[in-house]
Design a protein around this ligand. Structure first.
Ligand code: WT7
Length: 698
């Protein structure tokens, strides 16, 4: 499973000062711990669990499960008999047991430079307890679902932890989603309460969140399923006492004390205000409610398998799936992956640029860092606002040591060259991370050399909303890195590669990535639809959890994610990954981004259709096209030679930055019926793409 030896050449190693004092300092230690995690999970996780607070200890097996649909229902049960509370572990336990009350939990950095706040663990606990009492006062009980639709503000963390404290189940909907998407998610999870904000700025763009939330709430009413209450945080209008939101009934007497410390933001003053409709029957003002609430709130002791949260992820049918995670297993897994994958040390300042509305934010902004007592940056803005240097300016400002972002952000910044990066020192950085999609070696090299100045290991973390935390990943001091490879499994994770007939492949091979047994953080069900859970992940290959990703194992045993299996192409009987072809295209100096899809071919089965986005200022030409085809031929082989290519100044992406290949496949086939495109961030690219279609692809 794990190779005895890893190569020492043509790989990247961590610098010596990182190795010294690292939790897992070398590959031998990784192997030893990995074996223990598989052979004696009780002992391995039992040692880890000792660092947490348990109201009662577990009595059953550490993990009890059935992974085989042919043997009955799929279930995963962790630490039967244990009771705990994740909010208590994240806050009270750190404050009382580890004396971290005065430690900064979050440096909040707003969209506008200069707009900032800091919150200590003690302050966070007080805010959470107050809001937990508010939730109780509006009738939220253990097990109730609460939708949260908020920008990246500290109160978003407060809202989620307050839910966790009273055993309510949060369902966070990314604030970039539409009213329709929010409505769909509220309905599916049968929420009784929505928590939102007046609005926020994303760069120059005003998002009137309350307006969108109201639209969603109206749709619920129209369906005859009204949401009882909506709590609104005044984020934009907090310094505008005469705005409509300041006079709900009962009117807010004074602004919330902790908000008064925010430095006045001159820019925002001259900008349009968010539209804030107010329905006194339903709407409640966050600040008014919190003002009178007590700072003490006894946590609700939850059973291990009590639900913690629902998070929706897109499904192949178009209807999103409510991925459900439960308390104890998720807590242990988020905490342990955070600690070991970023080699967390007490003096770290950690920054994950994801939005809390995605699983990355759940596990690696809120739960993982807080259960470790870490200090994090919480950033509301954009990497490109007010200029291309914003990220590096923030790194220097807070002396960030561990930095976690997405390949799409790296490629975007890469387009603007190294100058905006080099305006700042970045000498505090120790570990860099990526997540979300395969990172092409060129982007990896840029991240490693330009951003990290060849001093920081890059942890390419492969995981999914469903897995709760990292499942394939390097450990920064222990794993020699290969650019573009997520390397080896995390503790407790047993991957395999299967062929189309479901046979496990050994040695160098390529096929379906599956997992043979659960780890503590794996999802437990699709909310309200266990049958869909079994059908999606366990039906295709009985006995295995099917990730939906393709994977290659090289001669050294390294795992390389090749992209979603539905992005796999079979050209003349050869399995090809779209990611591989894309990476080859992107290596050309004229190309900034590429997306490759299959197009049916009468002889070869499938042919390759490539969409290429060029670097600013480069013109598309037939000479360039020939060069690009030649480049792919050279990198992969004749079999991968693109059949069709077109200029794509913009690609269809979701708001989280994922390329919607489903849409591109339609364009490649010249099929105008695109299906559901509600998750598309910018729909204007579609016409442009149809107009630019490759003329030979009739
Ligand atoms: C899919 C899961 C996990 C948080 C963000 C996305 C792709 C994710 C990697 C990586 C190659 C990756 C996979 C996976 N993916 N990380 N390091 N290398 N591919 O969560 O929306 O649930 O998407 O993202 O295809 O299945 P998600």
């Amino acid at each position: 499973m794990i190779p005895d030896k890893v190569p020492q050449e043509d790989v990247y190693h961590a610098p010596q000062d990182l190795v010294k004092g690292a939790h897992v300092p070398n590959f031998e230690k990784y192997k030893e711990l990995y074996l223990k995690s598989i052979q004696s999970p009780e002992e391995f996780w039992g040692d880890i669990a000792k660092d947490f607070f348990w109201k009662t200890k577990h009595t059953g097996k550490f993990l009890d499960y059935n992974f085989d649909v042919t043997k009955g229902n799929i279930y995963i049960q962790c630490m039967e008999g244990a009771t705990t509370n994740i909010c208590y572990n994240a806050l009270d336990w750190n404050i009382h047991q580890r004396n971290l009350g005065d430690k900064v939990a979050f440096y909040w950095e707003g969209n506008e430079p200069g707009d900032e706040l800091k919150v200590t663990y003690r302050e966070l606990l007080h805010q959470v307890c107050k809001f937990a009492n508010v939730l109780k006062s509006v009738g939220v009980r253990k097990g109730d679902r609460v939708s949260i639709y908020m920008p990246m503000v500290v109160e978003l963390v407060v809202a989620m932890l307050a839910c966790a404290r009273i055993g309510a189940v949060h369902s966070i909907v990314f604030a970039g989603f539409s009213a329709e998407s929010l409505f769909e998610r509220i309905m599916d999870s049968q929420c009784s309460l929505l928590i939102t904000a007046d609005g926020f700025y994303r760069g120059d763009k005003l998002i009137s969140l309350k307006l969108i939330a109201d639209d969603a709430l109206q749709r619920c009413r129209d369906k005859g399923v009204p949401v009882e209450k909506c709590i609104m945080l005044k984020h934009l209008s907090k310094e505008q006492p005469d705005s409509p939101a300041a006079s709900p009934s009962p009117p807010a007497k004074r602004p919330c004390p902790d908000l008064q410390e925010t430095p006045k933001d001159k820019v925002r003053k001259i900008r349009p205000k968010a539209q804030v409709p107010w329905n006194p029957e339903v709407d409640l003002c966050w600040h008014t409610l919190v003002d009178g609430a007590s700072e003490e709130c006894e946590p609700e002791w939850c059973a291990s398998e009590d639900p913690l949260f629902i998070l929706y992820t897109s499904g192949s049918t178009g209807k999103p799936k409510g991925v459900l995670h439960t308390v104890s297993g998720y807590m242990l897994y988020a905490a342990t992956t955070f600690k070991l994958v970023f080699d967390y040390q007490p003096d770290d300042v950690y920054w994950c640029t994801a939005d809390i509305g995605w699983i990355t934010g759940h596990s690696y902004i809120t739960y993982g860092p807080l259960t470790n007592g870490a200090t994090s940056v919480l950033f509301e803005g954009l990497p490109t606002y007010p200029d291309m240097s914003r990220m590096w300016e923030i790194v220097d400002k807070y002396q960030v040591t561990k930095f976690y972002t997405a390949p799409t952000a790296i490629r975007l910044l890469m387009k603007y060259g190294s100058a905006p990066v080099q305006k700042f020192r970045r000498d505090s950085l120790k570990v860099l991370g990526t997540v979300g999609e395969p990172i092409n070696p060129e982007a990896w090299q840029w991240y490693y050399s330009v951003v990290g100045e060849k001093k920081c290991p890059v942890v390419d973390t492969f995981w999914q909303t469903e897995t709760g935390g990292h499942v394939l990943t390097p450990l920064p001091a222990a794993t020699p890195m290969k650019p573009g490879s997520a390397t080896f499994p995390f503790f407790g994770v047993v991957p395999a590669i299967l062929n189309e007939s479901g046979e496990e492949l050994e040695g160098p091979s390529e096929g379906y990535l599956v997992f043979k047994q659960p780890w503590p953080g794996i999802m437990r069900t699709v909310y309200g639809n266990h049958q869909r859970f079994e059908a999606t992940y366990f039906q295709k290959f009985p006995g295995y959890y099917v990730t939906g990703d393709g994977c290659r194992r090289d001669q050294d045993g390294y795992f390389w994610i090749t992209g979603r299996i539905d992005d796999m192409l079979n050209v003349s009987g050869h399995l090809l990954s779209t990611a591989e072809v894309e990476s080859a295209l992107v290596e050309h100096p004229a190309v900034s981004e590429a997306a490759v899809v299959g197009r049916p071919h009468p002889v070869k089965g499938e042919s390759l259709y490539c969409f290429v986005t060029l670097i600013d200022g480069v013109a598309y030409s037939t000479t360039l096209e020939t060069e690009l085809k030649q480049q792919v031929r050279e990198k992969i082989g004749a079999i991968a030679t693109p059949d069709y290519m077109q200029n794509a100044p913009g690609l269809p992406k979701t708001r989280s930055g994922k390329i919607m290949r489903r849409v591109l496949r339609k364009i490649a086939r010249n099929e105008r019926d695109l299906g559901d495109v509600s998750t598309l961030a910018d729909s204007s690219v579609i016409d442009q793409l149809f107009n630019n279609r490759c003329p030979t692809a009739v």
